[in-house]
Design a protein around this ligand. Structure first.
Ligand SMILES: [Zn+2]
Ligand SMILES: [Zn+2]
Length: 266
């Protein structure tokens, strides 16, 4: 989530399980809490429900399953704009509706109290409030976007799921464009090299390949992201330290992401 611009709605990056906690945080903020009271109790308050916007890389479960547990989507009058890649033979909204329905979830997508508005993006440049967003289709499994978000001279590249080349050498132009000189690159770091060899076509990168991307792009900071579920916290701590050592000579700072991590880019 990019929340760095005061007075502007946050820009949510994907709709994974972190969305539930974010929804509660947003509703703890004064204007949103009033709106929630209004929605729940029918009071005639003037605070509008939070206006929310999300960019979605692709529709694999780990990137969408937080949506039905997102409290602001349960407020009457709330709106959520969702941007994501075009789907083969289906609109983006219909693709979401096809899984957000019984028996997968008790209610259907269009019965959620908030208005969800879907926008298809491919190789695009869009403006979302205070955020300028560059969108590029990137290598993964199925149509997948990467995003570069800029505001006030600060840039973040979000490349959550990225199929590294089998050789683990060379970087796609689309990915370099997203990450070029970025203040923060959030990048797929799912595998060790040994794991990648066994799953080279599963759509992901290695920790070292994430470092390579950030170095090639001349980024300032790299957040290693999209961990393999078999990797323990201890393993990740060690791997993060090793990657940081290897990246230091390029002036690249490396962070190992964990739930709740905040990075101040001001
Ligand atoms: Zn994926
Ligand atoms: Zn994923």
């Amino acid at each position: 989530v990019s929340r760095g611009v005061p007075g502007e709605p946050p820009l949510i990056l994907d709709l994974g399980t972190g969305l539930r906690a974010l929804g509660h945080d947003l509703l703890d903020e004064p204007a949103a809490a009033e709106a929630a009271d209004d929605a729940a109790g029918g009071r005639n308050g003037s605070a509008p429900p939070p206006a929310l916007q999300a960019v979605v890389t692709h529709l694999h479960f780990d990137h969408i399953q937080g949506l039905p547990f997102f409290q602001p989507a349960l407020l009457d009058g709330a709106g959520l704009d969702i941007y994501g890649p075009p789907q083969a033979g289906d609109s983006l909204g219909d693709a979401f509706a096809s899984v957000l329905r019984p028996p997968f979830f008790p209610i259907e997508l269009d019965k959620l109290p908030a208005e969800l508005r879907f926008h298809e993006v491919g190789d695009d440049r869009i403006s979302l409030g205070a955020f300028d967003v560059l969108v590029r289709l990137i290598p993964h499994v199925g149509a997948t976007c990467g995003y570069r978000v800029e505001s006030d001279g600060i840039s973040i590249a979000y490349v959550s799921d990225h199929q590294a080349p089998a050789s683990l050498e060379g970087v796609a132009d689309s990915v370099l464009e997203l990450c070029s000189g970025a203040d923060l690159v959030i990048h797929d770091a799912q595998y060790t090299e040994e794991e990648f060899r066994a799953k080279a076509h599963w759509g992901h990168s290695t920790i070292d390949y994430a470092v390579l991307v950030a170095r090639e792009a001349g980024a300032r900071r790299l957040a290693l992201y999209h961990h393999d579920p078999t990797h323990s916290d201890e393993f990740l701590d060690d791997a993060g330290m090793e990657a940081a050592e290897r990246a230091a000579d390029a002036g690249l700072e490396v962070l190992m992401t964990a739930e709740g991590l905040t990075v101040d880019l001001s």
